[in-house]
Ligand binder design. Structure first.
Ligand code: DAH
Length: 347
């Protein structure tokens, strides 16, 4: 039996040396270790031997069996690597030294206008803050003086999450957080903040309504802030953005978080005031609702309305971009249509 094993070992090595294909490895493995393989056969024969011999032969056979398994594994691995190398050889080749023309992107028109407004306000000492897009009902409504069942909520239907939070309908939702974060300004100082961001409302989408749009909230709080300060900043903003005289009108407007509140409209730049779908044929476009911050809002933000006053405004950034670039249809902004969006170009 020992002789037989010796011969098998020799044969196995010779057979493996001659292998050229993966399939041959498997065939050899089955020949030796399969149910009717040479090694299996000897294992069966061995059962007839006396105990001493059994042990010795058994040990030797096991070593041989392990050796076959290891060798087969090594060969298989070798063939797999070869296959991979072949596959790589046949793939496309890249020449990384060739410089391909890169098409550079451009900023979105809303981003361009947003940055422009931020620059203007930064030079006037405003800080730029980020509000959250997902808000609590408290921050979006209650904290800005719009309690449950207030009729003003009707105009701001939005998307609610299962946990009761909502997608903010207005950047005003960050007012309370900002007041708490910075607190009342020191004597002689003012708190001036700009809050640009994406807002959401459940709207029927058409040329001038979107369910996702951008606003920019502004706030200035101090000891002697008046409507005169408000009008000064609003005028400055518009003349800087449009770089030309724009006709504006100020009329009373109602917003729960300001008292008094105003609507600052600009003459529609798309139709020149004649009337078009964008301005709902009125010749005017609501662009800058604003007012003096309601005492309740200050109080809820932890600022004493007996000592401090402030103004706030909610600039429609999307509207502003429509006016600046004479874009007639609001749907373009979220369309992802690069052929159109690329035209606004500057970076
Ligand atoms: N949050 C208001 C809206 O989306 C806009 C607004 C109006 C903001 C007056 C203000 C404000 O800060 O003073 O309709």
């Amino acid at each position: 039996m020992k002789e037989k094993i010796k011969l098998l070992k020799f044969n196995f090595q010779e057979e493996m040396k001659a292998v050229t294909k993966k399939e041959e490895v498997e065939r050899i493995r089955v020949n030796y270790l399969g149910k009717k393989g040479f090694v299996t056969e000897i294992f069966n024969e061995m059962k007839k031997l006396n105990t001493d011999n059994k042990k010795e032969i058994g040990r030797e056979l096991n070593v041989f069996k392990n050796n076959i398994e290891r060798t087969v594994d090594e060969y298989n691995k070798m063939f797999e690597e070869k296959d991979l190398e072949e596959a790589l050889k046949n793939t496309e080749k890249y020449d990384f030294s060739i410089i391909s023309p890169v098409t550079e992107g451009t900023l979105h028109p809303i981003t361009i206008v947003q940055r422009q407004v931020e620059e203007i306000f930064k030079t006037m000492g405003f800080i730029i803050e980020d509000g959250l897009e997902i808000q609590t009902e408290f921050d979006n409504f209650e904290a800005v003086n719009t309690p449950k069942n207030h009729p003003a909520r009707d105009m701001q239907d939005t998307y609610y999450l299962e946990n009761g939070q909502l997608l903010r309908t207005q950047t005003s939702a960050a007012q309370n957080y900002i007041m708490r974060k910075y607190g009342a300004p020191k004597k002689g100082d003012t708190l001036k903040v700009l809050l640009p961001g994406r807002c959401f409302r459940n709207e029927n989408i058409d040329a001038c309504h979107e369910n996702t749009f951008f606003q920019m909230e502004g706030m200035m709080i101090g000891e002697d802030i008046s409507i005169a300060n408000l009008i000064y900043f609003m005028k400055l903003l518009l003349s800087e953005v449009f770089k030309k005289e724009v006709k504006v009108r100020l009329r009373p407007g109602y917003f729960p978080f300001v008292e008094p509140g105003f609507e600052l409209d600009i003459n529609c730049l798309i139709c020149g005031g004649k009337g078009c779908p964008t301005c709902k044929h009125s010749g005017w476009l609501e662009l800058l609702p604003c007012g003096m911050i309601h005492p309740n809002v200050l109080r809820m933000g932890g600022i004493d309305p007996e000592h401090y006053t402030g103004f706030a405004f909610g600039l429609g950034l999307t509207r502003l971009a429509m006016m600046k670039y004479e874009i007639k249809d609001i749907r373009i902004f979220n369309s992802g249509n690069l052929r159109i969006l690329r035209q606004f170009g500057d970076r």
